[in-house]
Design a binder for this molecule. Sequence first.
Ligand SMILES: C[S@@+](CC[C@H](N)C(=O)[O-])C[C@H]1O[C@@H](n2cnc3c(N)ncnc32)[C@H](O)[C@@H]1O
Length: 265
Amino acid sequence: MTTDALTIFKENQKKSWGLFAPIEIFTTIPAASLVNFSGAKSGQKLLDVGCGTGVVAITAARLGAHVSALDLSPALIERAQENADIAEVKVNFQEGDVESLPYADGSFDVVLSQFGHMFAPRPEVAIKEMLRVLKPAGTIAFSTWPPDLYVGRLFSLVAKYSPAPEWVSPPTLWGDPNFIRQQLGNLVENLTFDQGTMLFTALSFGHYRKSVESTIGPVVKLLQEAKDNPEKLNQFRKELEKLACNYFIDNHFKQHFLMSRAFKK
Ligand SMILES: C[S@@+](CC[C@H](N)C(=O)[O-])C[C@H]1O[C@@H](n2cnc3c(N)ncnc32)[C@H](O)[C@@H]1O
């Protein structure tokens, strides 16, 4: 992998995630689940990576934590600042990359990521950075999508039609406890897992498809790539409907996710 290939990949990520804001209504409740699971407390210094529109950061700031938050997408950072203003909390939002965090070693008591760091292409680089900026005995906690449940299966389907370069790690590896154990290794202790649930509501499958096609980074990218290839697009849509119909019940998808927490040694 060349530096150019990495830069192009990150630029694409930045653009394709920039439309994610409407999904914040679904990630708001999981944000409270992650903050509670992390045990974050008032007065602690906390970092939210891949913060999107700030749902985790703002939840933690409302608890009284001193929060910094970072995301690749400037459009989402702008929306996150608006959210913090509405909530009347202070958060230091910053555009940036989890693979190269702009903070000194040992800056934070708690480092969190909700469905964020899992999209960095090099897991070992992202986790090294997250642990670097964490104080000894500090808490790292994150929420991720398991490969065998609905959202994981959706990402695999998208990858079939819009394959990432071979050096990019599939994001749903972060939904596997064994992979997490391997990545955190002996740098942490007391690794603990729990399950959270997200409800994604939609009035019909058509509403759901329209929503994911216009907001979820990897799906947005696939739609861009397939815009002159109606056959490919139709085939993807058929497969998406076949997969989704197993999970779409009573106007919603009930999507379980994995929460992981550990303490830095
Ligand atoms: C599924 S969204 C989650 C957003 C937010 N945490 C939430 O729960 O609503 C994934 C987020 O990760 C961000 N992201 C992807 N790769 C990143 C990277 N390398 N560094 C920082 N943020 C990244 C995207 O821009 C996007 O905002």
